[in-house]
Ligand binder design. Structure first.
Ligand SMILES: [Zn+2]
Length: 384
């Protein structure tokens, strides 16, 4: 099915540029591709030829751009079914899986609840899940070679290792190699927020942006950053740690060892802890805390307000540093956004520097979108 599996699909920068643009934006003429990539028309034609021969691109029927505009053009388009990609998001209690096509459309989803959360057990369950996903359509197996895995924590993508995750026993785990051996696929391992950012940048709210950020709120607070059109990994694989920006030197201690981090004030656990302590109700659960806040309970409302202010300052700091065109805000924390929104927006506006203030776009993303993010990391692995 693959003409030469050992050869990278895309071997030249011009091919990368052409395929990446068509993947993100859909059909374009060669003239438009040349204009957008800065390549000559000859270079675009040369770059497209092997991609057409391998079935990744095809020519749409000719269209005349305008009456009397001369020779009709055949726009180039991606064949979405040419190759499929599996993505798996490892959450604290569930594996979420998806099969996506070349244009990152979700074709099939499946999940597995996690029992034993150690690396070996998770790897075995992940292999079962991948088998189930690829069995859903006879076209999948022969046209799938990439698996993207997204996990929270400190992930060394080039080395394929999870250096640290909140999952028990996950310290410096060579999980990409383990998953490759268990599934027979080429595996790319990425931090989950960075994977989601890549998906939004290529196929969502971030399409076409040079400067873009995605912020997640909820059990953890994180962000993914795009600068000069490329996701930022940082020199050490750690960048965009919005949750650990200090916003209150007198604030609570964070699990990272610092004090007053956004996450220490605004994560789900931090908000619940603050309400429990202030109301002297150590058994209160988060759902009850949310109900109390919505019913007007002063202590509960104050804790959410403080969380909202911390998130707003954190996002303003991020925006002041990289100047994104827009920021997508997502994560399970959006479920309680009604308790946070005015506080986030006020403190965000108050701390932004001048023209840096950009729109915040709320985007509730279900779990399948996180699996899709993992698959997009696999698609990116096609492009050097
Ligand atoms: Zn911290």
């Amino acid at each position: 099915m693959f003409p030469n599996p050992s050869r990278p699909l895309v071997s030249a920068p011009a091919e990368t540029a052409v395929l990446a643009l068509l993947l993100a934006e859909g059909p374009l003429s060669r003239v438009e591709l040349a204009r957008r990539t800065g390549l000559s028309s000859t270079a675009v034609t040369k770059a497209a030829k092997p991609l057409i021969e391998d079935g990744y691109l095809f020519e749409l029927p000719p269209e005349r751009t305008a009456p009397g505009a001369g020779r009709p053009v055949n726009p180039l388009a991606v064949s979405p079914d040419r190759e499929f990609f599996v993505g798996v998001k490892i959450s604290a209690d569930t594996l979420y899986g998806a099969v996506c096509d070349l244009r990152a459309q979700v074709r099939t989803t499946a999940g597995r609840p996690l029992g034993d959360r150690g690396p070996e057990a998770v790897c075995a369950l992940l292999a079962e899940l991948v088998t189930e996903l690829l069995a859903a359509d006879p076209a999948y197996r022969p046209r799938t070679r990439h698996l993207g895995i997204a996990v929270s924590g400190d992930v060394d993508r080039p080395a394929g290792r999870v250096r640290y995750s909140v999952l028990p026993g996950w310290r410096d785990v060579p999980f990409a190699d383990m998953a490759a051996a268990a599934t027979g696929l080429t595996v790319t391992l990425e931090n989950d927020v960075k994977a989601l950012t890549a998906a939004e940048h290529w196929f969502g709210e971030g399409i076409g942006t040079e400067y873009f950020a995605l912020v997640t709120i909820g059990a953890g607070i994180g962000s993914g950053l795009v600068v000069n059109g490329r996701p930022i990994a940082g020199a050490h694989g750690v960048a965009g740690e919005l949750g650990h920006i200090g916003v209150d030197p007198n604030g609570p201690r964070c699990h990272c060892g610092s004090v007053g981090c956004v996450e220490a004030i605004a994560s789900t656990d931090a908000v619940l802890g603050a309400i429990r302590r202030a109301s002297d109700r150590p058994d209160l659960d988060f759902a009850a805390a949310v109900r109390a806040a919505r019913a007007g309970d002063r202590i509960a409302r104050d804790a959410f307000a403080r969380a909202g202010r911390a998130i707003g300052v954190g996002i303003a700091n991020l925006v002041n540093l990289i100047g994104p065109e827009r920021v997508v805000v997502t994560g399970e924390g959006l479920d309680t956004y009604d308790l946070l929104d005015t506080h986030i927006l006020h403190s965000y506006a108050a701390h932004c520097f001048g023209a840096a203030q950009c729109p915040l776009i709320l985007r509730p993303l279900p779990w399948e979108e996180w699996a899709r993010g993992a698959a997009v990391v696999g698609i990116q692995a096609l492009l050097p």
